[in-house]
Design a protein around this ligand. Structure first.
Ligand SMILES: Nc1ncnc2c1ncn2[C@@H]1O[C@H](COP(=O)(O)OP(=O)(O)OP(=O)(O)O)[C@@H](O)[C@H]1O
Ligand SMILES: [Mg+2]
Length: 257
């Protein structure tokens, strides 16, 4: 099912989301729903608020103390900003992969096992989860026999897929990606991009991208942000071929940013 199917309950529901810094409003009254088992692309020019937006979706934004969040983000009906909600548990359900690979200076195995160690998972389970996560991230065949190797010795593209494996290991339901291929060479980027088709079989996937062709290739729905506002969202093909708003039309035809 997808968000376009009537009756499909969204995984994440964003309502009237506003984010302010002490000096200005970064996001204004954004409302948007995300469906399970679907890739949603977030596009828009530099500085429009894409990273800020995606960081509100799992409370990563809490780590920017100067920013104030208003409105709501509901995960399966529960407001993740509600009283008593533990942000660590939110991030366990809603994982994130960043623009640059964030591998830790430890072995490949321990990088993937990192979150499981915090959860005090027993070793036998850790071993099978590491293997499964590396397989799902398309890395097992490449590095499965070198699990003790320092992760920092991997190529940039392998490091990014390792970060995806680490995110998968704690069994999230939603995966957030902020420009996951922009620091990679085209071949490494393509390998990461190919994973999205697989990942959407099991997760809701939300991906910020500067690359409109990438959005067109991987996302079944796309949202266009401009100057902190959601201008338009809908099925990707419709948004690119028959945009309703002239700002969307201008952006996708390369007339700004
Ligand atoms: N912690 C912060 N404090 C104050 N302002 C911030 C903070 N984080 C982001 N901003 C501002 O919010 C605006 C949106 O930034 P954001 O990083 O979300 O944009 P973006 O769309 O991801 O841009 P890019 O495509 O360049 O990554 C920018 O003007 C930025 O300076
Ligand atoms: Mg950004």
């Amino acid at each position: 099912m997808s968000a376009s199917d009537p009756g499909a309950a969204p995984v994440l529901t964003v309502e009237h989301l506003t984010v302010r810094s002490p000096t200005r409003t970064i996001l204004s009254d954004v409302s948007l729903e995300f469906a399970d088992k679907e890739v949603t692309g977030i596009i828009g020019p530099s500085g429009c608020g894409k990273t800020t937006f995606i960081r509100t979706l799992n409370r990563m934004i809490d780590t920017s103390p100067g920013l104030r969040v208003e409105g709501s983000v509901r995960y399966r009906g529960q407001d993740i900003y509600g009283r008593g909600v533990n942000p660590v548990l939110v991030r366990q359900r809603i994982g994130m992969v960043f623009q640059r690979p964030t591998v830790f200076p430890m072995s490949i195995y321990e990088n993937v096992a990192f979150g499981l160690r915090l959860l005090r998972t027993e070793e036998e389970t850790v071993e099978s989860v590491v293997r499964r996560s590396l397989t799902r991230a398309g890395l097992w065949n490449e590095i499965g026999s070198n699990l003790d190797q320092p992760a920092l010795e991997l190529s940039g593209g392998q490091q990014q897929r390792l970060c995806i494996a680490r995110a998968l290991a704690i069994e999230p339901k939603v995966l957030l990606f902020d420009e996951p291929t922009s620091s990679l060479d085209p071949i490494a980027a393509q390998k990461v991009e190919e994973l999205f088709g697989e990942l959407k079989k099991d997760y809701a996937v939300i991906i910020v991208t500067h690359n409109l062709q990438q959005a067109a290739r991987v996302a079944s729905r796309t949202a266009f942000l401009y100057q902190g506002r959601l201008i338009e969202s809908g099925p990707t093909e419709a948004l690119f071929e028959r945009p309703k708003e002239s700002l969307t039309q201008q952006y996708i035809t390369g007339r700004f940013g």
